[in-house]
Design a protein. Sequence first.
Length: 401
Amino acid sequence: MSASGLRSTLPPLSAEEERHSRALAAHMRAELVCAGGWLSFERFMELALYTPGLGYYSAGSAKIGPGGDFVTAPEVSALFGRCLARQCAEILEHTGAEILELGAGTGRMAAELLGALAALGVTLERYAILEVSADLAERQRRRLAGLPQALRERVVWLERLPETPLEGIIIANEVADALPCRRFLWHEGKLRELGVALAGQGAAGEEAIAFREQPAAPDAALARECARLLAPLGEALPDGYASEVSLRLGPWIAALGECLGRGVLLLADYGLPRRHYYHPERAGGTLRCHFKQRAHDDPYINLGVQDITAWVDFTRVAEAAAAADLTVGGFATQAAFLLALGLEGLVAQADDTVQRARLAGEARRLIMPEEMGEAFKFMALTRGYDAPLSGFALQDLSRLL
């Protein structure tokens, strides 16, 4: 689908969104020109999401929830947070009493976790939130201000990862998918890197700036990494095969590993083991954009007002964990994880049939294969922790990594 055709299927930008998008495009064009007319997709994605004051996560907009661009599992249902609280309570019995949440969204999951843990008799020393989006941090503060004081006073916001390793849990729900990634193309038996160039500019006096995909020779780092990833697949890639590789995932896991003294890092995201991620039939890659509850695959439109993500290669996560002296404690679909923690029982405990029907509908969105149940995975990375992890009691797909 062409960009113009795609635009016709998406909601139009408001005047303010159009102004914002043009301002970011001008900033990106200036950097691209200074770089000689070509940027890696990784840098393009970084600018689109994180340019101070202009990037999607750095500027004010309603990103999450029915009025935003996408809906996360905690926004679908409180059941998600209540099940996760059971896993956290089990872990905290054997570690210190601290939780660090990365990218806390609207704060709904934090509120659910704090309330559910209190109901389970767990007293936290601290619930820390690291949030790169100023507007989301403000939404979190407003939501958590409604908690009882005993819970509210446990919450702190951090500007960077803590220097002192914590004893407890680090939670990253839908964070890894937003790490800027590089893209590659297999064309006529050769590897090419997919980068970004200018597609032109409007007529004189107009401000419209357009970008396009532009292949280039891969640098040594990307060529070496793609050779390592693709060699074990055992079959040739089809011509035109395109996909992503997140070279930032390893350093990110390493940084989180330095923050964890004893405990568990819980990752939840949509993704796959490597052999499935780079399957020859997945020839278009996994890059997805989200704009006003519509998913599409053109990252070059709606700059600064749409999300850009790529699925997570969980084999890369496991490799990075081993390098960071972390152990994979479990890997399962979201459906299996939530069911193992008593999702069905929580629905059955509803006060009346109306509430039970509502919760059952929410649960279906969380666990059905065609919804979130299969695409989203949970992974536990541990250090100094060998107690059970009940979330992986029904299923552990670690053998596929």
